[in-house]
Design a binder for this molecule. Structure first.
Ligand code: ADP
Ligand code: MG
Length: 252
C-alpha cells in the first residue's frame, strides 16, 4: 500500500471542504479502504465531526511547529484522524521562520503512507503556509465549489498556488477532481457550470452533491452522513462521488 494523498482546498469558506473530507473519508472507509484524515483548520470542524474530544492533548499544530510525530487517533473502522487545535490559528506565524517550512507535513507523513490507501487533508479557507504544506505533501488536489456567484476569479489564485508548488517543489501535484456541492437547481447558475467545465474539463466530476439538510445537521451528531441518515440525498450523493473516484483509480 502506498497512500494516495489528496488535499481538499478552496480558499473560499463554506463551499463544503470539511463536509466533503468527512463524507468522502467515511465512504471510502465503509468500502474497506484504509483512510487517514488530517484536519488543518483551526476551526477544528473536521475533528469535531469525528470525536467529541474538543481539546486534543496534541494536535497537528504540535507536529508542524514543534516537530512532534503526527498524533494519529482511530475514530472508526478503517478511519484515522490527525486532529486540529485552536493553536493552528498561530501556525502561519510560528512556521514563518522555519527552514523548508513548506515541506514539513510531507516529511511527517512519509512514515505513515504504507499504512493507508488514502490520506485526505482538510484545509483552512486561506492560501498560506498551512495550505501550501498540504499541497506539497499531496498527489492530488480536490476542489469543491458551489454553483453560486462567480467562483472563477478566486480559483485563479488557487490555480496560481498549484502551479507555483508544481514548478518549485512538487511536480507530481495534479488537480484530481473538481465538484459541485450544496447544489440545487433553483440556484443553479448554468453559466458558472459551463465556465467551470471549460476550465477544468474532465476533472469535473459528474456527481453533484445536492443541498441537503441532513448534511447540515450531521456535524452536531458526531456521526458520518452514512450513520446519521443513510437514506438521505447527502449519503446517496457522497457514495456516488466516492464510487466515481474509485472508478477513476481502478488500480487502488
Ligand atoms: P468549508 O469547510 O468549505 O467551510 P463546510 O463543509 O463546513 O464548508 O460547509 C459549510 C456549511 O454548509 C456547514 O454548515 C455545512 O454543514 C453546510 N453544508 C455543507 N454541504 C452541504 C450540503 N450539501 N447541503 C447542505 N448544507 C451543507
Ligand atoms: Mg472547513
Amino acid at each position: 500500500m502506498n497512500a494516495k494523498v489528496i488535499t481538499i482546498a478552496n480558499h473560499k469558506g463554506g463551499v463544503g471542504k470539511t463536509t466533503s473530507t468527512a463524507s468522502i473519508g467515511a465512504g471510502l472507509a465503509i468500502l474497506g479502504k484504509h483512510v487517514l484524515l488530517i484536519d488543518l483548520d483551526a476551526q477544528q470542524n473536521l475533528s469535531f465531526t469525528q470525536t467529541k474530544n474538543e481539546d486534543p492533548e496534541t494536535s497537528v499544530y504540535d507536529s508542524l511547529v514543534k516537530d512532534m510525530p503526527l498524533p494519529i487517533v482511530n475514530v472508526r473502522e478503517n478511519l484515522d484522524l490527525v486532529p486540529a487545535s485552536l493553536e493552528l490559528a498561530r501556525a502561519e506565524i510560528d512556521m514563518a521562520t522555519k527552514i523548508a517550512r513548506e515541506g514539513i507535513l510531507k516529511s511527517l507523513l512519509e512514515e505513515h503512507l504504507d499504512k493507508y490507501d488514502y490520506v485526505l487533508i482538510d484545509c483552512p479557507p486561506s492560501l498560506g503556509i498551512v495550505t501550501t504544506n498540504a499541497l506539497v505533501a499531496s498527489d492530488e488536489l480536490f476542489i469543491p465549489l458551489t454553483a453560486e456567484a462567480l467562483p472563477l476569479k478566486g480559483l485563479t489564485m488557487l490555480d496560481d498556488v498549484v502551479n507555483e508548488v508544481r514548478k518549485r517543489v512538487n511536480p507530481k501535484l495534479e488537480i484530481g477532481a473538481v465538484f459541485f456541492t450544496r447544489f440545487n437547481n433553483r440556484k443553479l447558475n448554468k453559466e458558472v457550470v459551463t465556465m467551470v467545465a471549460n476550465r477544468y474539463g474532465d476533472k469535473v466530476l459528474n456527481t453533484k452533491i445536492r443541498e441537503n439538510i441532513s448534511l447540515a445537521e450531521m456535524p452536531l451528531s458526531g456521526q458520518s452522513i452514512f450513520e446519521y441518515d443513510p437514506k438521505s440525498n447527502g449519503a446517496t450523493d457522497y457514495m456516488a462521488l466516492v464510487n466515481e473516484l474509485i472508478a477513476k483509480n481502478r488500480n487502488r
